[in-house]
Design a protein around this ligand. Structure first.
Ligand code: SAH
Ligand code: MG
Length: 221
Protein backbone atom coordinates (compact mmCIF):
# COMPACT_ATOMS: atom_id res chain seq x y z
CA UNK A 1 0.00 0.00 0.00
CA UNK A 2 1.91 3.07 1.21
CA UNK A 3 5.19 1.14 1.59
CA UNK A 4 5.65 2.85 4.93
CA UNK A 5 4.14 0.25 7.18
CA UNK A 6 2.69 -3.26 7.02
CA UNK A 7 -0.83 -3.13 5.60
CA UNK A 8 -2.20 -5.15 8.50
CA UNK A 9 -0.81 -2.64 11.00
CA UNK A 10 -1.96 0.36 8.98
CA UNK A 11 -5.46 -1.06 8.51
CA UNK A 12 -5.76 -2.02 12.15
CA UNK A 13 -4.60 1.38 13.40
CA UNK A 14 -6.81 3.25 10.94
CA UNK A 15 -9.98 1.40 11.85
CA UNK A 16 -9.46 2.45 15.48
CA UNK A 17 -9.74 6.12 14.53
CA UNK A 18 -13.31 7.44 14.86
CA UNK A 19 -14.87 8.53 11.56
CA UNK A 20 -14.96 12.26 10.86
CA UNK A 21 -18.23 14.12 10.79
CA UNK A 22 -19.59 17.22 9.08
CA UNK A 23 -17.44 19.23 6.73
CA UNK A 24 -14.30 17.18 7.40
CA UNK A 25 -16.11 14.00 6.32
CA UNK A 26 -17.38 15.79 3.21
CA UNK A 27 -13.89 16.99 2.32
CA UNK A 28 -12.45 13.50 2.82
CA UNK A 29 -15.00 12.24 0.30
CA UNK A 30 -14.15 15.01 -2.15
CA UNK A 31 -10.42 14.39 -1.77
CA UNK A 32 -10.82 10.69 -2.42
CA UNK A 33 -12.94 11.20 -5.53
CA UNK A 34 -10.68 13.89 -6.93
CA UNK A 35 -7.32 12.49 -5.86
CA UNK A 36 -6.39 15.41 -3.65
CA UNK A 37 -3.58 14.23 -1.34
CA UNK A 38 -4.93 15.38 2.03
CA UNK A 39 -3.35 14.15 5.26
CA UNK A 40 -4.29 10.61 6.26
CA UNK A 41 -6.55 9.96 9.28
CA UNK A 42 -3.67 8.90 11.54
CA UNK A 43 -1.71 12.05 10.71
CA UNK A 44 -4.87 14.13 11.23
CA UNK A 45 -5.40 12.62 14.69
CA UNK A 46 -1.74 13.09 15.56
CA UNK A 47 -1.69 16.75 14.45
CA UNK A 48 -4.82 17.40 16.51
CA UNK A 49 -3.18 15.95 19.60
CA UNK A 50 -0.01 17.96 19.07
CA UNK A 51 -1.99 21.18 18.67
CA UNK A 52 -4.10 20.54 21.75
CA UNK A 53 -1.22 19.39 23.93
CA UNK A 54 1.03 22.31 23.01
CA UNK A 55 -1.87 24.80 23.01
CA UNK A 56 -0.84 26.01 19.55
CA UNK A 57 -3.01 28.94 18.45
CA UNK A 58 -0.95 30.53 15.73
CA UNK A 59 -0.07 28.16 12.94
CA UNK A 60 1.65 28.51 9.58
CA UNK A 61 0.84 25.93 6.90
CA UNK A 62 2.42 25.42 3.50
CA UNK A 63 0.16 23.50 1.09
CA UNK A 64 -3.53 24.35 1.63
CA UNK A 65 -5.10 22.26 -1.16
CA UNK A 66 -8.86 22.17 -0.38
CA UNK A 67 -8.37 23.44 3.17
CA UNK A 68 -8.89 20.09 4.89
CA UNK A 69 -5.82 20.15 7.15
CA UNK A 70 -6.27 23.86 7.90
CA UNK A 71 -9.87 23.29 9.04
CA UNK A 72 -8.83 20.21 11.01
CA UNK A 73 -6.05 22.15 12.75
CA UNK A 74 -8.48 24.99 13.46
CA UNK A 75 -10.88 22.56 15.12
CA UNK A 76 -8.05 21.29 17.30
CA UNK A 77 -6.85 24.80 18.17
CA UNK A 78 -10.25 25.84 19.55
CA UNK A 79 -11.11 29.51 20.14
CA UNK A 80 -9.11 32.46 18.92
CA UNK A 81 -6.74 30.64 16.61
CA UNK A 82 -5.04 32.10 13.56
CA UNK A 83 -3.84 29.96 10.69
CA UNK A 84 -1.92 31.36 7.75
CA UNK A 85 -1.85 28.86 4.91
CA UNK A 86 0.05 29.18 1.63
CA UNK A 87 -1.11 27.70 -1.68
CA UNK A 88 0.04 28.29 -5.24
CA UNK A 89 -2.71 26.56 -7.21
CA UNK A 90 -5.59 28.98 -7.91
CA UNK A 91 -8.16 26.24 -8.38
CA UNK A 92 -7.27 24.90 -4.92
CA UNK A 93 -7.37 28.39 -3.43
CA UNK A 94 -10.93 28.87 -4.71
CA UNK A 95 -12.05 25.54 -3.28
CA UNK A 96 -10.28 26.12 0.03
CA UNK A 97 -11.83 29.59 0.43
CA UNK A 98 -15.28 28.15 -0.09
CA UNK A 99 -14.64 25.29 2.35
CA UNK A 100 -13.10 27.53 5.00
CA UNK A 101 -16.11 29.83 4.79
CA UNK A 102 -18.47 26.86 5.09
CA UNK A 103 -16.55 25.76 8.18
CA UNK A 104 -17.12 29.24 9.65
CA UNK A 105 -13.40 29.96 9.80
CA UNK A 106 -12.99 32.79 7.30
CA UNK A 107 -11.92 35.11 10.12
CA UNK A 108 -9.39 32.65 11.49
CA UNK A 109 -7.80 31.08 8.43
CA UNK A 110 -6.02 33.29 5.95
CA UNK A 111 -4.91 31.89 2.60
CA UNK A 112 -1.86 33.48 0.99
CA UNK A 113 -1.66 32.85 -2.72
CA UNK A 114 1.63 32.11 -4.43
CA UNK A 115 4.74 29.99 -4.26
CA UNK A 116 5.68 29.51 -0.61
CA UNK A 117 9.37 30.12 -1.25
CA UNK A 118 8.43 33.64 -2.35
CA UNK A 119 5.54 34.30 0.04
CA UNK A 120 7.61 33.24 3.07
CA UNK A 121 10.04 36.08 2.43
CA UNK A 122 7.27 38.62 2.95
CA UNK A 123 5.92 37.14 6.18
CA UNK A 124 7.14 38.80 9.34
CA UNK A 125 5.33 36.96 12.09
CA UNK A 126 5.86 34.41 14.81
CA UNK A 127 4.13 31.03 15.00
CA UNK A 128 3.53 28.33 17.59
CA UNK A 129 3.66 25.64 14.95
CA UNK A 130 4.62 25.25 11.30
CA UNK A 131 3.13 22.48 9.16
CA UNK A 132 4.67 21.72 5.77
CA UNK A 133 2.71 19.64 3.26
CA UNK A 134 3.77 20.82 -0.21
CA UNK A 135 6.46 20.26 -2.86
CA UNK A 136 8.79 17.73 -1.24
CA UNK A 137 11.83 18.89 -3.18
CA UNK A 138 11.57 22.30 -1.51
CA UNK A 139 11.39 21.32 2.15
CA UNK A 140 14.92 22.58 2.81
CA UNK A 141 13.99 25.98 1.32
CA UNK A 142 10.82 26.09 3.38
CA UNK A 143 12.82 25.35 6.54
CA UNK A 144 15.45 27.96 5.70
CA UNK A 145 12.77 30.59 5.05
CA UNK A 146 10.51 29.83 8.00
CA UNK A 147 12.68 28.72 10.94
CA UNK A 148 13.01 32.29 12.25
CA UNK A 149 9.21 32.56 12.25
CA UNK A 150 8.82 29.66 14.70
CA UNK A 151 8.88 30.38 18.42
CA UNK A 152 11.41 28.57 20.58
CA UNK A 153 9.73 25.40 21.82
CA UNK A 154 7.49 25.38 18.74
CA UNK A 155 7.04 22.39 16.45
CA UNK A 156 8.11 22.24 12.81
CA UNK A 157 6.19 19.35 11.24
CA UNK A 158 6.51 17.95 7.73
CA UNK A 159 4.26 15.48 5.91
CA UNK A 160 5.28 12.93 3.26
CA UNK A 161 8.92 12.82 4.29
CA UNK A 162 9.26 9.07 3.66
CA UNK A 163 7.70 9.42 0.19
CA UNK A 164 6.18 5.97 -0.35
CA UNK A 165 9.22 4.34 1.22
CA UNK A 166 11.54 5.55 -1.53
CA UNK A 167 13.61 7.56 0.94
CA UNK A 168 14.49 4.45 2.91
CA UNK A 169 14.67 1.71 0.29
CA UNK A 170 16.49 1.90 -3.00
CA UNK A 171 14.49 -0.84 -4.71
CA UNK A 172 11.31 1.26 -4.35
CA UNK A 173 12.88 4.27 -6.02
CA UNK A 174 11.46 5.30 -9.38
CA UNK A 175 13.79 7.07 -11.73
CA UNK A 176 11.87 10.30 -12.19
CA UNK A 177 11.74 10.79 -8.41
CA UNK A 178 15.49 10.49 -7.84
CA UNK A 179 16.03 14.24 -7.33
CA UNK A 180 13.15 14.66 -4.89
CA UNK A 181 14.27 11.61 -2.91
CA UNK A 182 17.86 12.87 -2.74
CA UNK A 183 16.63 16.23 -1.47
CA UNK A 184 14.34 14.64 1.10
CA UNK A 185 17.16 12.46 2.44
CA UNK A 186 19.44 15.44 2.75
CA UNK A 187 16.65 17.38 4.47
CA UNK A 188 15.91 14.58 6.96
CA UNK A 189 19.57 14.18 7.76
CA UNK A 190 19.89 17.93 8.24
CA UNK A 191 16.96 18.33 10.62
CA UNK A 192 17.94 15.17 12.50
CA UNK A 193 21.44 16.44 13.22
CA UNK A 194 20.97 20.19 13.70
CA UNK A 195 21.79 21.45 17.19
CA UNK A 196 18.93 23.97 17.15
CA UNK A 197 16.21 21.33 17.04
CA UNK A 198 15.20 17.88 18.28
CA UNK A 199 13.72 15.74 15.51
CA UNK A 200 11.91 12.45 15.18
CA UNK A 201 10.66 10.85 11.96
CA UNK A 202 7.53 8.76 12.37
CA UNK A 203 6.48 6.08 9.85
CA UNK A 204 2.87 7.20 9.84
CA UNK A 205 0.83 8.08 6.77
CA UNK A 206 3.49 8.83 4.15
CA UNK A 207 6.04 9.67 6.86
CA UNK A 208 5.91 12.63 9.25
CA UNK A 209 8.84 14.51 10.76
CA UNK A 210 8.54 16.54 13.94
CA UNK A 211 11.22 18.97 15.03
CA UNK A 212 11.12 21.04 18.19
CA UNK A 213 12.98 24.30 17.96
CA UNK A 214 15.46 24.69 20.80
CA UNK A 215 17.11 27.95 19.88
CA UNK A 216 17.47 30.52 17.15
CA UNK A 217 19.74 29.47 14.31
CA UNK A 218 20.52 30.32 10.74
CA UNK A 219 19.60 27.45 8.45
CA UNK A 220 22.55 27.51 6.11
CA UNK A 221 22.23 24.43 3.91
N1 SAH B 1 -2.34 20.08 3.52
C1 SAH B 1 -3.43 19.68 2.64
C2 SAH B 1 -2.94 18.92 1.41
C3 SAH B 1 -1.89 19.65 0.63
S1 SAH B 1 -1.53 18.87 -0.92
C4 SAH B 1 -4.37 18.79 3.43
O1 SAH B 1 -3.88 17.83 4.06
O2 SAH B 1 -5.58 19.04 3.42
C5 SAH B 1 -0.18 19.84 -1.41
C6 SAH B 1 -0.56 21.25 -1.89
O3 SAH B 1 0.62 22.02 -1.88
C7 SAH B 1 -1.08 21.29 -3.33
O4 SAH B 1 -2.34 21.91 -3.35
C8 SAH B 1 -0.05 22.13 -4.08
O5 SAH B 1 -0.61 23.00 -5.04
C9 SAH B 1 0.59 22.93 -2.95
N2 SAH B 1 1.97 23.35 -3.19
C10 SAH B 1 3.00 22.56 -3.63
N3 SAH B 1 4.13 23.26 -3.69
C11 SAH B 1 3.84 24.52 -3.26
C12 SAH B 1 4.62 25.70 -3.12
N4 SAH B 1 5.92 25.73 -3.42
N5 SAH B 1 3.99 26.82 -2.68
C13 SAH B 1 2.66 26.80 -2.38
N6 SAH B 1 1.90 25.70 -2.49
C14 SAH B 1 2.47 24.58 -2.94
MG1 MG C 1 0.72 15.27 2.63
Amino acid sequence: MSNINYDYIQNYVNQLIPKSEGILAELEGYAKENHVPIITPDVAAFLSILIKSTNAKKILEIGTAIGYSAILMGRAAGDNFKITTIEKNQEMIDLASKNIKAAGYDNNINILSGDASEILQSIDDNYDMIFIDAAKGQYMDFLRLSFDKLKIGGLFICDNVLFRGMVAERSLLIRRKITIVKRLKRFLSYISNHEAMDTVVIPMGDGVSISMKKKEAVIDD
